[in-house]
Design a protein around this ligand. Sequence first.
Ligand SMILES: *Cc1c(COP(=O)(O)O)cnc(C)c1O
Length: 418
Amino acid sequence: MHHFQYKQDELYCENVPLREIADRVGTPCYVYSHATLVHHFTVFDRSFEAVPHLTCFSAKANSNLAVLRLFSTLGGGADIVSGGELFRARKAGIPSERIVYSGVGKSAHEIDYALEEDILMFNIESTQELEAINERAGRLGRRARIALRVNPDVDPNTHPYISTGMQKNKFGIAVDSAFKAYEYARSLGHVEIIGVDCHIGSQLTDVTPFVDALKRLRLLIDRLQGAGISISHLDLGGGLGITYDQESPPLPHEYADAVLRELQGLSCTLIFEPGRVIVGNAGILLSKVLYTKRSPSRNFVIMDAAMNDLVRPSLYGSYHQIQPIEKRSREEQIVDVVGPICESGDFLARDRSLPMVKPGDCLAVMSAGAYGFTMSSNYNSRPRAPEVLVRDDRIHVIRARETWEELVRGESIPDFLS
Ligand SMILES: *Cc1c(COP(=O)(O)O)cnc(C)c1O
């Protein structure tokens, strides 16, 4: 469910025609629906209302300050993977006690920052990281609350680049070694074990891998408790998929039912790290047709948005629906929707049937609210697109379009060249 719908023949975000945003803010531009963000967060969070839990939105999916603040006002926290994300989360007003920190490569500098901020929990991904966190905490005279991220070795049946819970992936500590790693952690003076964590992948469209992972974690928790290592927090990561095309992922309450059934009798605070399922379908990339052209074998629609704005199609071959913001022509043709970047891999869609378009028409690239703006870059020295939050009939620019001056900020020409 989302609030990007046609009224007559015009595509709206809530009560604002996308044409108005294109005219006022320009294109390309990301547009998010406030009502959709609130709805998705609330539906997810409420599906666990029967048990103690904390929904830590995965900041890497969409890290705009306004978006993070919104979830904070709804009682959410953040799952972060870098010092930069911690900075954003704190700046957005997310309380430290609602922040968990994942990632295989936390630097000493980032660890110190998180210790100083006194976050809820570090999700530790290796023995060396455990030692580093223990050492940094000792230096700062603190105790780090920790969970070990367990790699349960289950196949999430998703794109290989976003699968994280199999033995061959770089993430977590193998489930068979986890018990030993916990015993080692217990012997260290500056860490406090509070949790068990896993995150098996992204864009999962079936509950089975979640349940399989949980069963393995449950066995580990029982064994830990038996050895006198008490676990008060169980972090189940994120990963719930969304509909980009024809997928029918489990609804949050179906996911919750499956999870809660497995956890009968366990008294832990549950932590979730959803990203895509909250923001994915709450945002679009709005873009304008610059030109159309026909080669002997293909029709191209050349947009003002490119792979630097939305890399998912180029990187993962991902499918995003593309919809005209004004339905005029009924005649369709098969086209490649491409951007201005000097790479053949620069496309938003391939072999797509679209109504005939002409320069100046605008298209909405749907389901772009997750891993859209956050994965954007300045490749080809293209300023990054603005982000707009729509609430009812109002437009709020929550990130201005980058300027050419900002592109070169921090660069300098050494004296010997001047
Ligand atoms: C990316 C990530 C998430 C969020 O994944 P989604 O598929 O967007 O829900 C959660 N936890 C960790 C550790 C991640 O790396």
